[in-house]
Ligand binder design. Sequence first.
Ligand code: TMP
Length: 226
Amino acid sequence: MDNKGLFITFEGPDGSGKTTQIRKLADELERRKLPYLLTREPGGTEISDKIRAIILNPENLRLEDTTEILLYAASRSQHVKEKIMPALHERKIVLCDRFVDASIAYQGYGLVQSIDTIKTINRFATGGLSPDRTYMIDVSPEAGRRRMRARSGPEAGITRAAGDLDRIERRALAYHARVREGFFALYRENKQRILLINGENRPEIVFDTIMHDFERALKHWHGKTD
Ligand code: TMP
């Protein structure tokens, strides 16, 4: 895909701490006055956020797996066209909290659905856009759940009390173990693109690892665009 921006994604199981890390990287870009877009999936646009609210609402017990796959892809399609591609064309650094890898791990491996079909649907949704670099922060399902339970605040139009989990988070630990295996499989297949990081380390150590790698990615990108 022809664009001059730098597309970075963050992935990992729920409770991996990736949202904290992506915000820290955005703060660093802000400090250096580098043009960037910080965004997330599902969501990132007004329409995509409405889709997010449907997907994550724990009351939507009847949502079919196939519908779930398509809703994530629909949210992504809108997001790519309305936000991500324009930012990349403006030569921005796009930091995106989750992307297609999440659909492969959560819907493909987690829900035991066809990986090939999910890839095809997402190729259609994104026009084949793929990240330049992905930081995959790993955490065990047990540690991830402990962290999620400690969290609270407004989300997807629902204000959560401490301990409240969304529709995906409240799935069984066995589901989350399959998701984690999915992320490992993605890592094995895409070692050039994905950096796998131990999210059970202290947040400062995780961030140092990301920054060290990011500096190299930045240099490589400047080398290409200068
Ligand atoms: P978040 O916790 O990173 O905001 O993501 C919301 C939930 O949606 C999280 O449990 C992961 C899940 N998810 C999928 O199942 N498939 C996807 O394609 C994406 C982007 C997220």
